[in-house]
Design a protein. Structure first.
Length: 249
């Protein structure tokens, strides 16, 4: 069932989103060559707690960290490790979420580590832009597939692969609520969007094919062909007009 948030709930979702936006801004400044993915998680975890929030990814279905750190061909759900040192030219996707007064926020950014190739930069730019194209369709009265097909069409026009095994989702008092939100065109129009829905929209884009695999750790999702992958996500609120992006400053 897709939940509609009350004004009181929306106010709390806004607060949860704003705090997460701040956390992401600080994480972005922190990323540099020479630090480990473990350091990134430790920094993010500490920040979330400094705001008196709870990291919602930690222990979620057994996930062992607060920030998902996915480097290069890792798509999502990378596990931070002390011996995974970031190097110049890497791209790093950081997925973070938190709970504030019972309400969840969820957002992801992909950052360059030092100087990166123009090809990697383009992948990151297209992934981010696909989110903004997609949410232009995110208004009351439209249907879910209006978002999905817009993201899909934009991404695939560059020859990139849209990940199909993982999707966006509703969000609120739980991290994952209905509906599921694919980044690829569905064969149905999907849920009708209504004012007061809060959604996490999160295109995951591979430079090569859309196919992904899971590593032995049962979490880390990697591209099947070893190509680079980028991720961009925000929690948004559906209104009668433009959607409100809750996890941007
Ligand atoms: N942002 C991701 C999602 O939307 C991360 C959650 S997976 C976790 O599902 F296990 F790490 F929490
Ligand atoms: Co999410």
């Amino acid at each position: 069932m897709v939940s509609i948030k009350s004004e009181r709930e929306i106010a709390l979702m806004r607060d949860a989103g704003k705090i997460l936006a701040e956390v992401h801004a600080r994480l972005g400044e922190y990323v540099r060559p020479g630090i480990s993915t473990y350091d990134v998680n430790a920094f993010g975890d500490k920040l979330i707690r400094k705001y008196h929030c709870v990291p919602n990814f930690l222990h979620y279905n057994g996930y062992p960290a607060s920030i998902c750190v996915s480097v290069n061909d890792e798509v999502v759900h990378g596990i931070p490790h002390r011996n995974h040192i970031l190097k110049e030219g890497d791209i790093i996707s950081l997925d973070a979420g938190l709970i504030y007064k019972g309400y969840h926020s969820d957002a992801a950014r992909t950052h360059a580590v030092g100087k990166i190739s123009p090809e990697a930069q383009k992948l990151m730019d297209v992934t981010k832009e696909s989110f903004f194209r997609g949410i232009k369709m995110a208004k009351a009265g439209n249907h879910l597939n209006d978002i999905c097909k817009t993201i899909d069409g934009y991404v695939t026009s560059f020859g990139y692969g849209v990940v199909r095994d993982l999707v966006g989702h509703g969000i609120g008092t739980k991290l994952h609520e209905d509906p599921q939100i694919p980044n690829f065109t569905m064969r149905r129009r999907g849920t009708r969007l209504r004012k007061g829905m809060t959604l996490a929209i999160e295109p995951m884009v591979n430079m090569g094919g859309w196919e992904v695999e899971w590593l032995e750790d049962d979490w880390t999702v990697v591209t099947a062909d070893g190509s680079l992958s980028a991720h961009y996500e925000n929690t948004i609120l559906i209104t009668d007009g433009e959607p409100e992006i809750l996890t941007l400053l």
